[in-house]
Design a protein around this ligand. Sequence first.
Ligand code: TTP
Ligand code: MG
Length: 381
Amino acid sequence: MERLVMHVDMDAFFASVEQLDHEEYRGKPLIVGGLGGRGVVSTCSYEARRFGVHSAMPMGRAQQLCPQGIFIAGNYPRYAAVSTQIFAIFARYSPVIEPLSIDEAFLDLTGMERLMESPRQYAQALKAEIREQTGIVASVGIAPNKFLAKLASDIEKPDGLVIVTKENMSAILEPLPVGRIWGVGRKMGGELAAMHIRTIGDLRRVDHTRLAARLGERMAGHLLALAHGIDERPVAPREQAKSIGKEVTFSENLQSASEAERILLALAEKVGWRLRKAGLKARTIQLKLRRADFKTYTRSRTLPEATCYDEVIYHTAQALFRELKLYRGIRLLGVAASGFDDFTAMSLFSEEEKKENLYEAIDKIKQRFGEKGITKANLIK
Ligand code: TTP
Ligand code: MG
């Protein structure tokens, strides 16, 4: 059966959210990323891209290229909340969704043709809904498979909408550089360039035997199939992780409660940070403790309200630890969180809001200095 796959990707996602939230950033070159010494660009507005700034570039380099740019550290819980809203919209357009990252997903539209006026109209409706509900602009690609759909969403970015059909597929593929094929990085690109293969068109015209002699049968087959627009991979919904945890094994066993609790605090902070990054709150906190003789204990507690706060995670893990009454010869400690709610379910009580603001500030500092940048040492009592 002919498949119909849609790929949706937000434009300059983090930067767009910031421009939405801050009028003064709109229309300006805005760079979101790590502001510390070794910080890199997470993303930047299209205004900044004109100066040659792009994701993963060292911040220093971005500053050289675009001295008039606005540089900010970013606010992950906010991006995660917008992402949750966007994925809720996706869910109304297809029952089969494969998330790829915080701002992009494949939607399988196979067999849904009768529910839509046309694929173009369906994509326009989705784009309009995302824009109305979140203020964010999305680019969409529709094609018979994932490879082509992902290529297509990128072609007219920003605010793109490209539909690849059997008729226009060759014209779209031929001029693209081979680097646009999944799995062709700098090394493989170099190998291909040595064979004078620079575009997907060049690849389509190369002799299969010659390519296989150089790259091996498997790789040659993979590249040629994609170059001809063939990709059988299904849209595969991914199950959300069931728990987020962090554990550490000690080179020397711990011998005191205070040492152990200090470690638990660090672990709780890591788990909280990861929850907030993923836009999740957890209902259950688990403590894991292994003794020198390898005897392992796990204890968990379910909270009255789901949390992503370091201190709640820490105090729960600490209480579980104190109840175990095992203070010596500790070989491993772990803290994990499970039973997720997402951020949109956050309580609106003012106390909660105050905390959220505090955590936004903390996360900003973590963005800047890495996870080690901040430790609420005064929590250790
Ligand atoms: P992308 O979709 O790759 O980039 P983008 O949405 O900013 O821009 P585009 O219009 O080209 O799609 O990534 C989504 C978000 O993920 C991006 O806004 C920030 C984050 N990100 C990083 O933090 N580091 C990275 O290296 C990349 C590529 C993305
Ligand atoms: Mg994007």
